[in-house]
Design a protein around this ligand. Structure first.
Ligand code: MN
Ligand code: MN
Length: 323
């Protein structure tokens, strides 16, 4: 699906941005989002599946990219969250747009290369695609894991400037290869819109309005009651932890440290918090000691895809092209 139309609400913002050399700011924040995703994945993976108490006794407060964890990662190694995002991003760039078949083939290639980690729903979706050739799972009320949300960043970058319905349709192209579930779709669209609002210069309050709109749509996402600790891979648990960490802190570093020390699916809460906070605070706010330890090949791919995917977006077509 090619992205073309542009909502009037966004158009107004573009005009504001264009008067302010906004194109550079959007490209910088896109880089922040992609590096933030990878850094959050690498930081969180060390403590994935630990409880907050186990983290405290093993690490005190976990705040360095050191590898290890149940996957025995090298320092700076990322997991499926970042790898599937890069696979999806490469398929979008190769096709000049979001295509479900290309996404499914990219995921299948990725699985063939023996990834360090893969979720059950993802494995089942890819296996089904290999058998049937159909890049869409049937709708399933139990497939509400966070596996489609964790890899949504390329969609956010390639569709910035599109209206919400188009963004949703593009996201479902990639999401439904493995996760065809309305709760996952709604949360993922919300995360994408938060990234896009931040790319366009929105602040934390703007992002909170989007989170609150999701809660208004489905009260299961209510995040201002009980503290979310040890969040599972259920998308509702995952985004509640992300929202709490994001809105209780005021920097990239503090948001990431907050969310990964909650344990549970910490690489994925780290990845999702990282993509939003990286867009919000920009790449300069990501601690250099975290970026430095990232696998070099991954770091370069993140930076390159951030720039190239943004060029495909309706926003770029209107105001970011060099004249
Ligand atoms: Mn992972
Ligand atoms: Mn995970």
């Amino acid at each position: 699906m090619l992205v073309s139309a542009l909502s009037s609400e966004i158009r107004t913002e573009i005009l504001l941005l264009a008067g302010d050399a906004g194109g550079d700011a959007v490209r910088r924040r896109a880089m922040g989002a992609y590096l933030g995703l990878a850094v959050g994945d690498a930081l969180g993976a060390t403590v994935e599946f630990l409880t907050p108490n186990e983290i405290r006794s093993q690490h005190g407060q976990h705040r360095e990219v050191i590898g290890g964890g149940w996957l025995r990662l090298r320092k700076g190694q990322v997991t499926d969250d970042t790898e599937m995002s890069l696979a999806l991003g490469a398929s979008i760039l190769a096709n000049g747009g979001v295509d479900p078949l290309a996404a499914a083939e990219a995921f299948s290639d990725w699985m063939r290369h023996k990834p360090v980690d893969i979720g059950n729903t993802v494995r089942r979706g890819i296996a089904t695609f290999r058998r049937t050739g159909v890049p869409e799972m049937p709708q399933n009320e139990f497939d509400a894991g966070n596996g489609a949300c964790m890899r949504c960043l390329p969609i956010a970058l390639a569709t910035v400037g599109a209206d919400a319905d188009q963004v949703d349709a593009c996201n479902q192209c990639q999401a439904h290869v493995t996760h065809n579930n309305p709760t996952s779709d709604a949360a993922t669209l919300c995360v994408i819109r938060m990234v896009q609002a931040a790319l366009l210069g929105g602040d934390r309050n703007d992002l909170k309005l989007l989170a609150d709109a999701l809660v208004a749509e489905d009260a299961a996402f209510t995040y201002d009651r009980k503290r979310s600790e040890n969040p599972s891979a259920f998308i509702v648990d995952t985004v509640r932890a992300v929202f709490q960490a994001l809105f209780a802190t005021d920097s990239f570093e503090s948001a990431l440290i907050d969310v990964v020390n909650r344990g549970g699916d910490a690489d994925t809460t780290g990845a999702i918090t990282g993509m939003i906070a990286g867009a919000l605070y920009g790449p300069a706010a990501i601690p250099a000691r975290w970026v430095r330890h990232l696998d070099k090949r991954i770091r370069h791919a993140c930076i390159e895809q951030a720039q190239e995917l943004t060029k495909l977006s309706p926003l770029y077509a209107v105001c970011l092209q060099p004249r």
